[in-house]
Ligand binder design. Structure first.
Ligand SMILES: *Cc1c(COP(=O)(O)O)cnc(C)c1O
Length: 396
C-alpha cells in the first residue's frame, strides 16, 4: 500500500521509527513536544465553524485529535506501510473501535480460536448481545475459514503468532479467503510488531495493536491503534472521536519514544528468545518448546516467509504438570512473575492458572494449554542470566 507521505517510501523502517510523524512546534524543539491540552483555541468564529465542519485542517479538541497523538499515529502508519492509523486508549479499545465502526446487528465474524482472552470475551459476550455472531475456527485450517463464511460475514479476525502457543497462521491465504467471501481481514499484530511482520503487505485490510506491549516496550503505558487504508480508517476515526476511547497525549508521547528503539529491541529480544528456545529444547525436564523460530515448530516454514524473526515469546511444557510448572515460577529471582509481555524485562507466566484460568478445563485442553505450560516473554537481560534463573526451578 502506498503511503501519502513520500518520505515513507524512501527511508528504511529504522529511520522511520525515529523520524516519521514528528510535529515540530514554533520553537524548533528537537524532541516531539507534548501537547497536554484538552482543547485548542480559534482565531475567529468563522475559523471555529470551518474546523468543526472539517473544511479546514487543524485541532479543536483532544478527543478528536491532538498533535502528539497525531505524531504517534503517523509514525506507526509509516512503520506498517499504511496510509493512516488511529490511536486508542488500549489494545482492546482498538479492537472494539474496529467492531463498532464496521459492524451492525445481524453481521457475522469468522475468528481464529487462538485469541487473546479479552478479545474472545468481546466477541462471544458483548458483540453477541448486540446481535453480532462469531464463528471460531482452527486458524490453521483454511477449509474451516472458507466453510464458516456466510452471506452476512463482514470480518475475518486473527492473531499470529498466537498467545501463548505461538501458532502461526497464513495471512495471505486467509486474506484471499476473506476477500472471496466479501469480508475484510483484521490482524492483531501485537506479537510481531511492524518490525517483524507487516500484515497489510500480505493482504490484510486492517491491523490492530496493543501498543501497551512491544510498541511501548517498557511496560509503562496503555495504548492501542488501528492501521490501514484511509477509506477504512475514516469510520474508525469517526467512532473514536464520537465515543471517546482516545489515546491520551501523554501516553502518545511515551509511545513515540518507545517506537524509536522498536527495531533494536525486537532484534535483540528475538535473538535471545531463539537462543533460549534452543537451550530449553535440550533440557531434560522440558518436554516441548513452542517457538516459531525453531525448525521443530509446525509453523516454522510459514513463519520464515511472513515474519523476519520468530518473535520474543517462548512457551514450553515441563514434565510434572502444574506442580512442576509452579516450582519454576516460584524459583525465579530475576525474571518477573507477571502476566504482561512486551517489556524489556523478561516475564514468566503460567497460563493455565492466570491468563486462561477463567475458561473450563475442557476448553483449556482444546486450546492445547496444559498444566505444565509456561510462557516466557524474553526481554533485554543477558540470555545466560535468564537460563541460570530458569534452571533454579526446572525439573532435572
Ligand atoms: C494485551 C493484548 C491485547 C489487549 O491490549 P490492551 O492494551 O491490554 O488492551 C490484545 N491482543 C493481544 C495479542 C494482546 O497481547
Amino acid at each position: 500500500m502506498a503511503s501519502d507521505n513520500p518520505l515513507h517510501d524512501t527511508y528504511h523502517p529504522e529511520t522511520l521509527a525515529v523520524r516519521a510523524g514528528r510535529e515540530p512546534g514554533p520553537h524548533g524543539e528537537h524532541s516531539q513536544s507534548l501537547f497536554l491540552t484538552s482543547s485548542f483555541t480559534f482565531g475567529s468564529a468563522a475559523e471555529a465553524a470551518a474546523l468543526f465542519l472539517g473544511e479546514q485542517e487543524g485541532y479543536t479538541y483532544s478527543r478528536f485529535t491532538n498533535p502528539t497523538v497525531s505524531a504517534f499515529e503517523e509514525r506507526l502508519a509509516a512503520l506498517e506501510g499504511a496510509e493512516r492509523a488511529i490511536a486508542t486508549s488500549s489494545g482492546m479499545a482498538a479492537i472494539q473501535a474496529v467492531m463498532m465502526a464496521t459492524l451492525k446487528a445481524g453481521d457475522h465474524i469468522v475468528a481464529s480460536r487462538s485469541l487473546f482472552g479479552s478479545t474472545t470475551n468481546l466477541f462471544a459476550g458483548t458483540l453477541a448481545r448486540f446481535g453480532v455472531e462469531t464463528s471460531f475456527v482452527d486458524g490453521a485450517d483454511l477449509a474451516a475459514w472458507a466453510g464458516a463464511a456466510r452471506p452476512e460475514t463482514r470480518l475475518f479476525y486473527l492473531e499470529t503468532p498466537s498467545n501463548p502457543l505461538t501458532d502461526v497462521f497464513d495471512i495471505r491465504a486467509i486474506a484471499d479467503i476473506a476477500h472471496g467471501a466479501g469480508a475484510l481481514l483484521v490482524v492483531d499484530n501485537c506479537f510481531c510488531t511492524p518490525a517483524l511482520q507487516q500484515p497489510l503487505k500480505l493482504g490484510a485490510d486492517l491491523v490492530v495493536h496493543s501498543a501497551t506491549k512491544y510498541l511501548d516496550g517498557h511496560g509503562r503505558v496503555l495504548g492501542g491503534a488501528v492501521v490501514g487504508a484511509s477509506a477504512l480508517i475514516e469510520p474508525v476515526y469517526l467512532h473514536v472521536r464520537t465515543a471517546g476511547p482516545t489515546l491520551s497525549a501523554f501516553n502518545a508521547w511515551v509511545l513515540l519514544s518507545g517506537l524509536e528503539t522498536l527495531h533494536l529491541r525486537m532484534r535483540r529480544q528475538c535473538e535471545s528468545a531463539l537462543a533460549l528456545a534452543r537451550w530449553l529444547e535440550v533440557q531434560p525436564g522440558v518436554t516441548r518448546v513452542y517457538y516459531p523460530g525453531l525448525p521443530s515448530h509446525p509453523g516454522h516454514e510459514l513463519a520464515s516467509r511472513q515474519q523476519t524473526a520468530g518473535g520474543a515469546v517462548v512457551s514450553f511444557e515441563v514434565r510434572g504438570g502444574r506442580e512442576a510448572a509452579w516450582r519454576v515460577v516460584d524459583a525465579v529471582r530475576l525474571i518477573s512473575r507477571t502476566a504482561n509481555l512486551g517489556d524489556v524485562k523478561t516475564t514468566l507466566t503460567h497460563p493455565a492458572s492466570t491468563t486462561h484460568a477463567r475458561i473450563t478445563p475442557e476448553a483449556r485442553q482444546n486450546a492445547g494449554i496444559g498444566e505444565g505450560l509456561l510462557r516466557v516473554a524474553v526481554g533485554l537481560e543477558h540470555v545466560d542470566d535468564l537460563k541460570r534463573d530458569l534452571l533454579l526451578g526446572l525439573p532435572t
